[in-house]
Design a protein around this ligand. Structure first.
Ligand code: UGA
Length: 458
């Protein structure tokens, strides 16, 4: 179709008008903190079509992101980021002042690590709020993504009012994240549910940001601030409790001849129970379950609510790890000094470079104290582990790590470990013992090839 000049001008005018109407109503979003949560949230919202600016005080991180490099290992994130960056929807800045001033919605996604007494350390969050306060000159929705104790959003409101921010200029909304490291991109794009706590108007504004996900069937739950805050802690504690429970059942299976995988399957077929998070292993790790169960226990105690069950999760998980380490040491025989143990996997789970609270950390400490030599291989976690424990031997492949070893411990469920050739392994190690903490191998096959085999509940 050939347009006349006049028609062309009218057509272009219409496009510009539509664009300016859209820009007029589009929320200008900023995300404070470019850790796992902030970065995935920022990238995800820009992919949903919003203008997003991710802000971090660490200039090096921002420089990397501007160069198209993702400072964390999260499968799919770099690829997902490319298009919104190219189209200008996603930007990275260090200057919080300018960005916050020109934003309508401020997502706060800073870390809330565990303090010594078990409570959540809110200092980074409080600093972020204090930084934002002087820049609130027009109405803003402050959306808390960080995992925070129940009551925190209310205290943020009070804190802002106390420093002189007019109450009508802001609302605080709680919008907890449920992203798993290693599958965070998928979890953002296809979540089971989105929880939003706050007053109806501001909650609706946050809900509207996720609209394309609701069109694809994601559930949305609108609550008050307190319920939303507590949903996050309760969900993590429930997941941690399921893992801890199945690990106890695994140990019972080992004593009785039952098979924990069959038991978990049989339980999971009951719709009231479901199959997820019933995989036995070396105990849960990572940055969240330990700190969040501890923080929940702290919150319960500070409200004088009995925390017996919550308290037990953390204790039982720690005891489970210690029990495994004792069993593994026993496999080495009486004189363990200078025997060699190989750790295959150092991260707390597969598809991440995160080693926080991983079983490998407990294992390195425990074996090192006994004078046991350690070799290790992990596709992504070695750089991080080397910073903590420079004294162990880091290898370039699994096969190199198991050379002349007395015990192979399968710590992390990396796919490449499932494909290891058992015949070659049998020839490489000094003593044929495998502790398969992630149930990667078929026990019967290992036994047929002459391996001694350690696996909980199988
Ligand atoms: C967890 C939650 O699953 C997320 O929903 C939440 O958003 C996140 O914490 C957080 O609070 O930020 P994440 O710690 O990344 O996510 O990892 P998970 O997949 O939950 O695994 C945690 C630990 O449990 C790992 O060590 C894993 O190996 C272990 N696990 C998990 C099992 O031993 N068995 C299972 O069946 C599942």
């Amino acid at each position: 179709m050939i347009l006349s000049n006049e028609a062309r001008v009218r057509f272009l005018g219409l496009i510009v008008l539509l664009f300016s109407i859209e820009t007029c109503f589009a929320e200008r979003i900023c995300v404070l903190g470019t850790g796992y949560v902030g970065l995935v949230t920022g990238v995800g919202l820009s992919v949903l079509g919003h203008h997003v600016c991710c802000v971090d005080v660490v200039a090096e991180k921002i420089a990397q992101l501007r160069a198209g490099r993702v400072p964390i290992y999260e499968p799919g994130l770099a690829e997902l980021m490319a298009e919104p960056v190219r189209s200008g929807l996603l930007r990275f800045e260090t200057d919080i002042q300018t960005v916050v001033c020109s934003s309508d919605v401020i997502f706060v996604a800073v870390g809330t690590p565990m303090s010594e007494d078990g409570a959540a350390d809110l200092s980074a969050l409080q600093k972020a709020i204090d930084d934002i306060a002087p820049m609130i000159k027009s109405y803003k929705v402050i959306c808390i993504k960080s995992t925070v104790p129940v009551g925190t959003c209310q205290s943020i409101i009070q804190r802002l009012v106390k420093v002189g921010v007019a109450r009508e200029l802001f609302d605080v909304v709680s919008n907890p994240e449920f992203l798993r490291e290693g599958s965070a991109v998928d979890d953002f794009m296809k979540p089971d549910r989105i929880v939003i706590g706050g007053n109806p108007e501001s909650a609706q504004r946050i809900k509207a940001l996720y609209q394309p996900l609701f069109d694809n069937g994601t559930a949305c739950l609108l609550t008050n601030l307190e319920s939303s805050e507590l949903i996050k802690y309760s969900s993590n504690a429930m997941l941690a409790m399921r893992i801890t429970f199945i690990n106890e059942i695994a140990r019972l299976c080992s004593k009785t001849g039952a098979n924990v995988h069959d038991v978990a399957k049989g339980m999971g077929l009951d719709k009231r129970i479901g199959p997820a998070f019933l995989k036995s292993g070396p105990g849960f790790g990572g940055s969240c379950f330990q700190k969040d169960t501890k923080a929940l226990e702290y919150i319960m105690k500070s409200h004088r609510v009995g925390a017996k069950l919550t308290q037990a999760i953390f204790k039982a998980n720690a005891a489970h790890k210690q029990k495994i380490l004792k069993d593994l040491t026993a496999l080495l025989g009486d004189d363990v000094k200078n025997k060699k143990v190989t750790l295959l996997g150092l991260t707390f789970k597969a598809n991440t470079d995160d080693i926080r609270d991983s079983f490998a950390i407990d294992a390195i400490k425990y074996f090192s104290e006994l004078g046991i030599l350690i070799s290790a291989y992990d596709p992504q976690g070695m750089e991080n582990m080397r910073k903590l424990f420079p004294h162990i031997a880091y290898c370039t492949s699994a096969m190199q790590a198991i050379r002349e070893t007395d015990l192979i411990v399968m710590v992390t469920e990396w796919n490449e470990f499932k494909k290891l050739d058992l015949n070659i392994i049998a020839h490489q190690c000094r003593t044929k013992i495998i502790a398969d903490l992630r149930s990667l191998f078929d026990g019967c096959e290992l036994k047929c090839r002459g391996f001694r085999y350690y696996n909980l509940g199988n």
